[in-house]
Ligand binder design. Structure first.
Ligand SMILES: *Cc1c(COP(=O)(O)O)cnc(C)c1O
Length: 290
C-alpha cells in the first residue's frame, strides 16, 4: 500500500564546526510552529463553538502564550491568560510574545494577591471552558507528538538512517510523549530546573513512564533558565552565520551546547522546536548586558 501520510516538516543535513548532523525543521510548520504546534494539534482538530473560552496561565513571554494566542485568534475563540503582576514598564512598552498576545486579543488577568497561579486560574474556570496547563503540559499533547514520531520513522526509513534524537526540555512533555510513541533513543536536557525536577514533571503527567528510551543529559556548567550567557549568544550567532538557521535562545542554546559535546553512537537528529519570536525579548537583555 502506498504511504499517504504526509510529513509536515523536512529534515535537513547541516555541518557546524566540522560536525555533521541533521535538523528536523519543526520551526517551519507555519504560523504556529515548533513543539507548541505539535502539542496543540489535538485542539486544532476539535470543533469548538465560536467564542469558546480557553483558560491558561504562565509567563508573559512564554512560547506557549504565543502559540495559544495565534490558535485562539485564528479560530475565533477567546483566551484568558493568568499571569503574575505585569511590570509597569512592560505594560507601557509591550514587546515580544506579550505584545503579540495583546494584538491577538488575549485578556490578561494578573495575580495580585500572591495566590497559587494555577489555582487562581482554575477558580475562574466555568463548566464549558477549556483549561490548558502551563506550557500545554497535558495528556492531549500526545496526539501531535504521536504524529511527530510517525513522521520521524517515515523520514528515517526514507533516508536509510537510524538516528539518535535530541530535543531540549522545559516541562518534558514533548520529549516524554515522543519517546513513548517511538522506538528511537530520545535524548534531552533540563532547561528549567535540574534533571530530577524534569523527571518529576514527566511523572506528573505520565505516572508510569519508564524512561527506557528517554535519556536525560547534563551539562557540566549549571545554567539558569532565561538568564543571558555570553557563550549562548556566541553560539547563537555562529550557527546562524554558518548554517543559516536561527535557533531559540532559551532552550536551544543549552540543548545544542550539550548535544554537540555528546558522543552519540548513531547520527544525531536535533529537533528544532521553534520559539524564534521569543528571541526578541531576550535580545533586549543581551544588548543591555554585552
Ligand atoms: C516550549 C518549548 C520547549 C519545551 O517544551 P516541553 O514540551 O515543555 O519540554 C523547548 N523548546 C522550545 C523552543 C519551546 O518553545
Amino acid at each position: 500500500m502506498k504511504n499517504l501520510f504526509l510529513t509536515k516538516s523536512p529534515i535537513q543535513k547541516i555541518t557546524f564546526k566540522g560536525f555533521e548532523f541533521y535538523i528536523k525543521r519543526d520551526d517551519l510548520l507555519g504560523q504556529i510552529n515548533g513543539n507548541k504546534a505539535r502539542k496543540l494539534a489535538f485542539y486544532l482538530h476539535q470543533n469548538y463553538p465560536k467564542n469558546q473560552r480557553f483558560i491558561s496561565f504562565g509567563g508573559l513571554q512564554s512560547n506557549a502564550l504565543e502559540a495559544l494566542s495565534i490558535f485562539t485568534k485564528l479560530k475565533g475563540y477567546k483566551l484568558i491568560y493568568f499571569c503574575e503582576k505585569i511590570p509597569q514598564f512592560l505594560k507601557q512598552n509591550p514587546c515580544g510574545n506579550y505584545a503579540l498576545a495583546l494584538n491577538n486579543g488575549v485578556v490578561f488577568k494578573e495575580n495580585l494577591q500572591a495566590k497559587n497561579l494555577k489555582e487562581f486560574a482554575l477558580s475562574f474556570c466555568k463548566e464549558n471552558d477549556v483549561f490548558i496547563e502551563q506550557g500545554v503540559a497535558n495528556l492531549n499533547a500526545e496526539f501531535g507528538l504521536k504524529e511527530l514520531a510517525k513522521e520521524l520513522e517515515i523520514q528515517s526509513k526514507k533516508l536509510q538512517i537510524d538516528f539518535d534524537i535530541f530535543l531540549p526540555s522545559g516541562t518534558g512533555t514533548s520529549a516524554a510523549f515522543l519517546a513513548k510513541n517511538s522506538n528511537f533513543d530520545i535524548y534531552t536536557c533540563a532547561c528549567v530546573g535540574d534533571s530530577e525536577y524534569l523527571k518529576k514533571q514527566i511523572l506528573n503527567i505520565l505516572p508510569n513512564f519508564d524512561f527506557k528510551n528517554l535519556h536525560i543529559l547534563n551539562s557540566v556548567k549549571k545554567y539558569y533558565f532565561a538568564k543571558p550567557y555570553l557563550e549562548f549568544y556566541e553560539l547563537y550567532k555562529q550557527i546562524k552565520i554558518e548554517c543559516n538557521i536561527e535557533f531559540d535562545l532559551l532552550y536551544d542554546m543549552l540543548g545544542l551546547n550539550i548535544a554537540l559535546n555528546h558522543n552519540f553512537s548513531k547520527p544525531l537528529l536535533y529537533i528544532h522546536q521553534g520559539g524564534i519570536n521569543g528571541n526578541a525579548s531576550m535580545f533586549e537583555r543581551y544588548k543591555r548586558l554585552f
